[in-house]
Design a protein around this ligand. Structure first.
Ligand code: TPP
Ligand code: SF4
Length: 521
């Protein structure tokens, strides 16, 4: 992209002109979405969004932040911001930009995360998100485009619509007695304790434009320096909905909007020390409430020692044998499905906790209907050596189907060469075998014989571990020991885990369990 811009610049220079200002390389060179006129934006002539995009792009460029910026675009006229900014982009649901930006910033604290929102998005449907993100002092930057109207949907009243201003939903002009007063977001945010920088600027004339430019840059500097939450409200023209030409629209900002929304730096605590700047982080053992010294050492060492203290005899040399990585996968995805009450979600949680104890990145995503028992339930478990991008699993490596409905519903989703563990003696007669191997295991009957059908999920867990070797049996025993409080159930679970493993070892046909994909080698 910058190559294109550079080429254009040298072309112009070659023609004898001096380039004094050119398009920021933070922008893509063309607006790809259009079939023609790709050099134009999708915004109406005179719209403030284009100007604000430019101010942001230039600030990103000047501060050298292009490679680390993630832009969160809203729903509204600026929904396509990701077509313009050549940075990381996420487009989110209406009003949710500060919430998504929070998640992104917290998981990638070294990135510059920008939440960009209109007034319908930020001050109506997204009021809760912005207030709480600001109140938590998230280290993000929010650019709030206040054009006093809903632009994209054709001019409904926004929370910022002026008293007396007509809109499609306030055709006689906004009346406080009926529609309430305009909301002053900058003042509201500045009233909270945590935000560091809050300013309102306007695109009314060149002088104010320069102030807006400075504010945009400053807000990003604050984030770059890790100081805290920065917020810039920008009074911006919407000539189309206001039914004005671009010049009149700017005049209207100066004459009508600014008196109602005064321009000011409402808060600037940039140089004050920020209290509790660091979000407290807990180690995995702290989170799991297990003693670090007792956590099984499985990643670095091949033996089953729980800690160096196990070698209590000081005279006995502690032999540490580095072992090969115990996990044969980069990412392993499991879907567990059945009726509510079968321990579907619990099995997912146990596997997730095991993954954590073995030093993996994990996620667990439950899905269940309103009925806690007998309704259908399923969960997604992801075990990974890398950060988990999305907890949603479309093609699991393993499906644990605890009932026939789940088998029929999810079998086709299993990745080619994957595995289905089906809780039954045999497959339904009319069931067409998909691309995956199916191991039938009568887990409920096995658990029943052990003293409790509640242990069905643990029988399946034993079978899963034995068949796929995705996690260590010793970790499973440790997790069950801490999670199950009832003594009698502990014993049943121990036996259920063994029974599941035995079933795979002794009853599943030899050959049926070996796969070239590394499940069982
Ligand atoms: C959940 C949801 N509710 C409503 C809408 C319809 N909708 C799309 S944009 C919009 C308002 C946009 O106005 P604003 O945030 O002020 O941005 P502008 O278009 O003026 O830039 C609405 C209500 C939607 N897309 N999703
Ligand atoms: S409707 Fe208004 S806010 Fe939307 S693109 Fe047109 S001028 Fe801009």
């Amino acid at each position: 992209m910058s190559t294109n811009t550079d080429a254009k610049a040298s072309e112009i220079q070659a023609a004898g002109y001096e380039v004094t200002h050119s398009k920021s390389p933070v922008f893509y060179s063309l607006y790809d979405r259009k079939s023609d006129l790709q050099h134009q934006t999708h915004y109406c002539p005179g719209c403030g969004h284009g100007v604000i995009h430019k101010l942001i792009a230039e600030a990103i460029e000047e501060l050298g932040l292009q490679d680390k910026t993630i832009f969160v675009s809203p729903v509204g006229c600026s929904v396509f911001a990701y077509y313009y900014f050549d940075v990381g982009n996420v487009q989110v649901a209406h009003g949710r930009a500060p919430a998504s930006a929070t998640g992104i910033k917290r998981s990638c604290p070294d990135k510059i995360v920008i939440s960009y929102q209109g007034d319908g998005d930020l001050a109506a449907i997204g009021t809760a998100e912005i207030i709480h993100a600001a109140n938590r002092g998230e280290k993000i930057t929010v650019f709030f485009v206040n054009n006093a109207i809903y632009g994209m949907t054709g001019g409904q009243m926004a929370p910022t619509t002026l008293v007396g201003q007509k809109s499609t939903t306030s055709p006689f002009g906004r009346r406080p007695v009926n529609e309430g007063f305009p909301i002053h977001m900058a003042e509201l945010i500045a009233g909270l304790e945590a935000p560091v920088y809050v300013e309102r600027v306007a695109l009314s004339d060149n002088k104010n434009l320069m102030k807006a430019r400075k504010a945009v840059r400053r807000a990003l500097e604050i984030q770059r320096d890790g100081v805290g939450f920065s917020f810039v409200e920008i009074l911006s023209p919407c000539p189309t909905i206001w039914a004005k030409d671009p010049v009149e629209a700017r005049k209207w900002i100066a004459e009508k909007m600014i008196p109602n929304f005064p321009l000011s730096v409402f808060k600037d605590r940039v140089h004050e020390p920020v209290q509790n700047a660091e979000v407290p982080h807990h180690t995995v053992p702290e989170t799991l409430e297990i003693n670090e010294a007792q956590a099984p050492v499985v990643n670095a060492f091949g033996d089953r020692r729980r800690s160096a203290d196990d070698h209590a005899d000081e005279h006995e040399p502690v032999e540490i044998t580095p072992r090969k990585d115990p996990h044969h996968f980069e990412q392993f995805q499991i879907k567990i499905a059945g009726f509510g009450g079968q321990g579907v979600l619990l099995l997912g949680q146990l596997l997730t906790e095991m993954g954590m104890r073995e030093g993996l990145e994990v996620s667990w995503l439950p899905s269940y209907g309103p009925e806690m028992r007998s309704g259908s339930a399923h969960c997604h478990v992801c075990l990974s050596k890398q950060r988990v991008g999305s907890p949603l699993i479309s093609h699991p490596d393993v499906l644990v189907a605890m009932n026939e409905i789940s088998l029929r519903k999810f079998a086709s989703q299993v990745a080619a060469g994957g595995l289905i563990l089906y809780n039954h003696e045999h497959l339904p007669e009319d069931f067409a075998l998909p691309q995956a191997r199916v191991v039938c295991i009568p887990a409920s009957s096995i658990a029943d014989k052990l003293g409790s059908t509640k242990a069905t999920n643990i029988v399946l867990m034993g079978a899963l571990l034995e068949e796929t070797e995705c996690l260590q049996g010793a970790t499973a025993a440790g997790v069950l020991e801490t999670k199950v409080k009832k003594v009698e159930l502990k014993e049943i679970n121990r036996r259920a885990l063994d029974a599941g493993r035995d079933f795979i070892d002794h009853y599943v046909r030899v050959g049926a369990v070996s796969q070239p994909d590394g499940f069982a080698d």
